[in-house]
Design a protein around this ligand. Structure first.
Ligand SMILES: NC(=O)c1ccc[n+]([C@@H]2O[C@H](COP(=O)([O-])OP(=O)(O)OC[C@H]3O[C@@H](n4cnc5c(N)ncnc54)[C@H](OP(=O)(O)O)[C@@H]3O)[C@@H](O)[C@H]2O)c1
Length: 448
């Protein structure tokens, strides 16, 4: 066993551990246990986080210059004294190699520019990433700097939105230096790989991938439904699945007032939910099929077809989009035993997901009561005039913020149905993520 000389910082961390004065977020990654510890209150109220990797996987992790300064200030010493040699911050035991990271949420959050944060978008050239840029601009989200990244390697690109041109640079970890908020909207496996680096650099991560949503210590937030969860974050907040977000906005007020017993939900999910490449190939393939006079339609392709399989099969009976709908709905509504019967279907629609849902409640409701509840729900718009053929459609929801609800029916005093449509790139992803960022700023300013 090799034990390196302990630096002042490591000695302080030892004291914190002894005092069991921390919050722990952990998850498993390719057999490694990743842990982030946020120390709550101890003497100087300094917070740190670090991750534990199995010996052999410990890459040289560094504090950002900003984190070093903040930590040294707390210790009452200069940066060189607190961090005499970066390598000293790694010490090895027989089983583990520990690498110490700078603080995640508390210390650096107080350092965050509460009025104008530096914002990073990973996956900025993707469908969600581009929508994030538009929404940040539309909502005049306050920013000191907006840094946009595409995939690593490759060339820098340009991005024009609302007459302003932004540079999109290939992803490099250094983009996290000095960042306050990082939106992850790249491929799903990017989030576990790099989120710890962003958190360690002092940023708060808002993650669009499915990776962290069900981790117990990670809040999964829809601002209209469970905004109070923002206080639980330890540097990482998950954004719900695109189908779940719209459905839960409509279900939440019904659950609150009449207590849901079960729901059955069938989704009609647009191609844009599968990303930019799937959307481009859907358009190209649709043109080809039309030009081919509808000959040679592949039975498993998207054009002019319905595919009752979204995501990968779980080996039992669901596809993982169906599992996400069940688990995420339960987590957000805080109803761990809610019975949900989902079927998720990919449909040949360009954008906006629709869901047909039937629900059963514990308490009876009168005619018109569900309509009234939904009309009062922030972020929901009721469009329900079937006589005049007025009801939500995916084309109607495209590019709009609200979750549209129509075809509201009462089958008996405890059973109802509704048709819920929302833009999967907006409420289902980017809009909800920006609303979370707004909530974060409000929370840090003590407004929520
Ligand atoms: N689409 C939706 O409706 C929706 C809704 C909710 C959540 N999500 C989630 O949001 C995320 C993004 O989805 P999307 O539909 O926007 O995907 P997308 O259109 O396929 O875009 C992917 C983005 O990630 C970048 N990228 C690719 N490989 C990368 C790598 N190895 N490292 C860093 N960046 C990389 C791409 O950059 P290049 O241009 O350089 O390839 C592009 O900017 C996914 O996790 C998805 O599950 C999507």
């Amino acid at each position: 066993m090799t034990q390196r000389k302990r630096s002042k910082v490591n000695q302080l961390v030892d004291e914190y551990i002894k005092a069991e004065n921390y919050k722990r977020t952990s998850w498993r990654e390719k057999g490694n246990l990743i842990e982030i510890y946020t120390f709550k209150t101890f003497a100087s109220d300094l917070s740190f986080s670090w991750r534990t990797l199995r010996a052999g996987f410990c890459d040289p992790t560094r504090f950002s210059a900003r984190a070093k300064e903040a930590i040294a200030k707390k210790l009452g010493v200069n940066v060189e004294e607190a961090f005499p040699d970066d390598k000293e911050h790694f010490y090895y035991s027989e089983k583990s190699a520990y690498s110490l990271f700078s603080n995640a949420s508390n210390e650096m959050a107080t350092e965050m520019n509460k009025n104008k944060p530096t914002v990073v978008i990973l996956g900025a050239t993707g469908l969600v990433g581009k929508t994030l840029v538009s929404i940040l601009i539309e909502r005049s989200f306050p920013m000191t700097d907006l840094r946009l990244c595409s995939s690593p390697g490759g060339q820098a690109k340009e991005f024009t939105e609302a007459d302003k041109t932004y540079k999109v640079k290939p992803f490099e970890r250094s983009v996290f230096d000095g960042a306050d908020i990082v939106f992850f909207s790249g491929p799903d496996d990017m989030s576990p790989e790099y989120a710890p680096d962003a958190i360690s650099a002092g940023a708060v991560v808002i993650d669009n991938s499915a990776h962290f949503r069900m981790k117990p210590d990670v809040p999964l937030i829809i601002p209209e439904v469970n905004p109070y969860r923002i206080k639980d974050h330890q540097g990482l907040i998950a954004n719900p699945n695109c189908t779940t977000a719209g459905l839960v906005c409509a279900l939440a007020p019904i659950d609150k007032k009449f207590e849901l017993e079960w729901i059955a939900a069938s989704s009609y999910q647009a191609i844009s939910g599968a990303g930019v490449k799937a959307s481009e190939s859907f358009i190209a393939e649709t043109k080809r099929v039309v030009e081919d006079n509808f000959k040679n339609i592949n039975p498993m392709d998207f054009p002019f077809n319905l595919i009752p399989a979204v995501g990968s099969f779980n080996g039992v009976q669901n596809f993982n989009e169906e599992d996400r709908l069940i688990e995420e709905t339960r987590k957000i509504l805080e109803r761990p035993n809610l019975v949900i019967y989902p079927t998720c279907v990919r449909v040949p629609v360009l954008n906006s997901h629709s869901i047909s849902t039937t629900f059963r409640t514990e308490k009876p409701f009168r005619p018109g009561e569900i309509e009234m509840l939904l009309a009062d729900m922030p972020g929901v718009e009721v469009i329900d005039d079937p006589l005049n053929r007025k009801f939500p459609t995916p084309v109607m929801a495209d590019g709009r913020d609200p979750v549209l609800v129509g075809r509201i029916r009462r089958f008996d005093d405890r059973t109802g149905g509704m048709w819920v449509v929302s833009d999967n790139l907006r409420k289902g992803a980017a809009l909800n993520a920006v609303q979370i960022a707004e909530l974060l700023l409000q929370n840090q300013r003590g407004e929520s």
